[in-house]
Design a protein around this ligand. Structure first.
Ligand code: 3HC
Length: 289
């Protein structure tokens, strides 16, 4: 494998682009407009510079990783990719459109993968040119720090595709776990209902934002409390994941918390919008309830 295309230059796509380039592979990074991919590259440059400052990596390695990242403005360039990873918004309609468009340039020996957080792979594979070469590769945020990647074969995914993607994950220095194609896979199926439950606890007035988070940090040794983590992931993403799990299973225990839906309706999406369960406008995040 020499070249990887990453579609979507948000926090996940940028993180994936960074670790792929640090592993010595060429990255074609795209978003809906070229300037978004260029801005993402500039942000990755800052992240790499911080790693150099902290003496985690050599300046020459940061420079060489950065030189491997090529922002691209359309799908045509992706004909060079051995692997195309979609890391766009967690909306199924958008993802289907991407697979159809990128599928037109996907080489006959190349693999198409989705970094979806929850949407079943088999369902998305129908929009790709060859479901045998379609697979889920699910990274965790922040990608440069988190060791895990879930590998999710769909019904038609070939064993060769699974092996190639596991080899790719190992090349990145990450650990793979394989999950069956169930909504939310392994980790989000367990995590996001917990974050949703924290929203129910907050909405019912049981405890404040600060105490819910403190409770889980100190009582469970979690690095972040659930509301802080939901803000970090993005409340819109958390809500979408709950909707997918709820819709796919039909089980009412997965219904999204009304407070979570309200925050998303208000545009309070967490860190990325400056406000969620915390207000991020000042030096330190301040709980809002
Ligand atoms: N990019 C790169 N490196 C980062 C980073 C980022 N965005 N954020 C933090 N780091 C690095 C820091 O540089 C630091 O590195 P060092 O130890 O080598 O100096 C290290 O991570 C620890 O960072 P900090 O000291 O600044 O802060 P913390 O100790 O509080 O750690 C954290 C920050 C790593 C984000 C930690 O709070 C954590 O692990 N939180 C939980 C994250 C989590 O659960 N992620 C999974 C979310 S679910 C998901 O992604 C799935 C999706 O589908 C929804």
């Amino acid at each position: 494998m020499r070249t990887v295309a990453v579609i979507g230059a948000g926090q996940m796509g940028s993180g994936i682009a960074q670790v792929v380039a640090q592993a010595g592979l060429r990255v074609l990074l795209s978003d809906v407009q070229l300037d978004l991919a260029e801005k993402a590259k500039a942000k990755i440059a800052k992240g790499l510079a911080r790693l150099v400052e902290k003496e985690k990596i050599a300046a020459a390695d940061a420079e060489s990783a950065l030189s491997l990242i090529v922002p691209v403005g359309d799908y045509a360039a992706m004909v060079e990719a051995d692997l195309i990873i979609e890391a766009a918004t967690e909306r199924e309609d958008i993802k289907h459109r991407i697979f159809e468009a990128a599928g037109k340039v996907l080489r006959a020996d190349a693999i198409m993968a989705s970094n979806t957080s929850s949407i079943p792979i088999t369902r998305m594979a129908v929009s790709s040119p060859d479901p045998a070469r379609f697979i889920g590769v699910h990274f965790f945020n922040p990608v440069p720090v988190m060791k895990l990647v879930e590998v999710i074969p769909g019904l038609a995914t070939s064993a060769a595709t699974v092996d190639a993607v596991k080899g790719f994950v190992a090349r990145l220095g990450k650990e793979a776990v394989q999950s069956g194609d169930e909504p939310g896979f392994i980790v989000n199926r367990i995590l996001v209902p917990m974050l949703n439950e924290a929203c129910f606890v907050l909405g019912s007035g049981t405890a404040s934002v600060a105490d819910i988070d403190k409770g889980c940090r100190l009582g469970l040794n979690h690095p972040m409390g659930p509301l802080e983590l939901a803000d970090f992931i993005g409340l819109d993403t958390c809500l979408e994941i709950m909707r997918v799990i709820h819709g796919s299973t039909g089980d009412s225990k997965y219904r999204p918390a009304p407070l979570l839906a309200k925050y998303v309706e208000a545009g309070w999406l967490g860190r990325k919008s400056g406000r969620g369960f915390y207000d991020y406008s000042g030096e330190v995040p301040v709980p809002t309830r």
